[in-house]
Ligand binder design. Structure first.
Ligand code: SF4
Ligand code: SF4
Length: 520
């Protein structure tokens, strides 16, 4: 009697976790986890693989499948599996803890190309969802000194090894509260370029309130990448991001952003990016996108303030129901865009944006569980010189990884990476989208006491449902637009304009939608 896939001649090593059988719009599909391939299959095959995925024995799976496709015998499935295996499918690697640890040690030895400085840990806005308020670190007046900033730059130079191009990101709070120090740091970086054989570039994340013409001209002259946080239209922005002195400053922020946009365009610089957070009160991503699109912004970032799985407070976060609604809406938009392409109807920019990711090969990018640049290119330094994994950890002292005066702590850094990596080796290990997800944003899972929790089942269901829609849409687009899939590596998006969700200068977007900060 054959009870496991391992018993099939030529199919040794097949694991039920190596594939996923699902139906979309009544169409049975088989997804192969290692290759990312999606196959159209018949009802018998679907029943057979679904049963195996649920944990049925071979006998049970054959019996079930023959109820819908009596013409297929065990040998037929054996032949099918054997043939697909020869094409690289049905591979599954069990956790190899030594290999995982070697991978984490490589992260420890990583040579970063960027450092982020909390120029001011205070802010002149009181955003309802601000993690710095929540973490207790938003203290007006706590500006970074030159001593800490210089040590941070020196730390980056020393840790970056032979990398010739380095980036300093000015973050906050509001970094322009410490504008003279921004200028001083830029001058310092330039002054050491020759002796260190490094070339520096700069980036700033600002709320736009202090972005005067003079400041913009300075940032443009020094080719800063710039991201301005604006939450949509006036009413939305004023609700989400009120000024501390209760004045509304929306109009001046918008004017500042539009001036910066015009200067950057005139000088051929990397486009200004505007970025909005969606909250429980305002969570219509499409309206936000279309609003900024009408204003002429080409780079538009939109992300949700998500509910936290560990129960720590996340003020103004979207509710689980709203997250479900938003995810369903996004899936419906993807499917509608595919239908429009099928009917030859041109897509709006927003529709193009919704399907842009479908042209990317679903690579197994997250296999080790650390899927963004935490502690490396997203590391952030506070005004005491403490190093945190990324900006969202600001003030969460259980996650300090070292400091710029004494360097990274091996124990704290590796301890943190091991906690994050636990996702890959435990709960997520059996999940069919593990290689493409692995828990998502580590910060979301990080509770203040230093423990990392699992994502909620509801969040996982959203991700899996969304991934099924992505796979279906990708399969259909491949049929409708074969030229766009000419090679696995090169997507041909000539007919799709870039809309800000891809490359950002030389830094990539996170694997998740949580922030705009790069990985390696
Ligand atoms: S959906 Fe959930 S269980 Fe699956 S990989 Fe993502 S976080 Fe892990
Ligand atoms: S995804 Fe972004 S916010 Fe989340 S841990 Fe990584 S760098 Fe931080």
């Amino acid at each position: 009697m054959i009870n496991t896939l391992e018993n099939i001649p030529g199919a040794k090593g097949i694991d039920y976790r190596s594939f996923h059988a699902f139906k979309h719009r009544e169409e049975p599909l088989l997804f192969d986890r290692a290759t990312g391939a999606v196959l159209e299959i018949g009802e018998g095959c679907f029943t057979f693989f679904s049963a195996l995925e649920r944990g049925a024995t071979w006998d049970e799976a054959i019996t079930e499948s023959q109820e819908v496709a009596p013409q297929f015998q065990l040998e037929d499935y054996q032949d099918l599996i054997r043939g697909l295996r020869q094409r690289g499918m049905f591979q599954f690697q069990r956790v190899d803890h030594e290999e995982q640890d070697a991978y984490l040690r490589r992260l420890w030895n990583h040579k970063p190309r960027r450092i982020q400085l909390l120029m001011a840990q205070g802010c002149n806005l009181g955003c309802r969802y601000c993690y710095a308020w929540r973490n207790g670190s938003n203290q007006k007046g706590t500006l970074m000194t030159f001593e800490v900033a210089k040590a941070s730059v020196d730390f980056l130079v020393q840790r970056s090894g032979n990398r010739p191009n380095l980036m300093v990101t000015f973050f906050g709070g509001e970094p322009l509260l410490n504008y003279p120090m921004v200028q001083q740091v830029v001058s310092y970086c330039k002054s050491i370029e020759q002796e260190t054989a490094k070339e520096f570039s700069f980036e700033i994340i600002t709320n736009g309130t202090l972005l005067t013409r003079e400041v913009t001209d300075y940032l443009a002259a020094n080719k800063f990448l710039m991201m301005i946080s604006i939450d949509g239209w006036e009413e939305m922005h004023n609700y989400n991001r009120p000024s501390l002195d209760r004045d509304t400053c929306y109009q001046s922020i918008l004017e500042n952003a539009l001036y910066a946009k015009s200067v950057y365009e005139a000088q051929g610089l990397h486009p200004i990016k505007v970025r909005t957070n969606l909250t429980s009160k305002y969570h219509d991503a499409q309206s936000v996108f279309e609003y900024f699109d009408r204003l002429g912004f080409s780079k538009i970032g939109i992300a949700a303030i998500e509910p936290l799985p560990h129960g720590d407070k996340s003020p103004s976060a979207m509710t689980e129901d709203q997250m479900d609604e938003t995810a369903d809406h996004a899936s419906a938009l993807v499917l509608a865009a595919v239908e429009k392409i099928r009917a030859g109807i041109p897509l709006s920019r927003y529709e193009k944006r919704t399907i842009e990711g479908c042209f990317e090969n679903p690579q197994t990018r997250a296999i080790k569980g650390v899927n963004c640049g935490i502690g490396r290119n997203t590391a952030i330094v506070d005004n005491k010189g403490n190093i945190f994994p990324c900006h969202r950890y600001e003030g969460m002292m259980n996650y300090v990884m070292g400091n710029v005066f004494e360097g990274m702590s091996y124990e704290q850094t590796m301890g943190y990476y091991r906690k994050v990596n636990r996702n890959a080796t435990s709960r997520c290990h059996s999940c069919w989208i593990r290689d493409y997800c692995t828990g998502g944003c580590a910060w979301l899972l990080s509770s203040k006491d230093g423990t990392l929790v699992d994502p909620t089942e509801r969040e996982c269901n959203r991700r899996r449902a969304g991934f099924e829609v992505f796979l279906y849409a990708r399969k259909e687009l491949r049929r409708l637009m074969p030229a766009a899939f000419a090679t696995a590596e090169n997507r041909d998006l000539a007919e799709f304009s870039s809309c800000g969700s891809g490359k950002e200068g030389d830094s990539c977007k996170c694997a998740t939608s949580q922030c705009d900060h790069g990985s390696d």
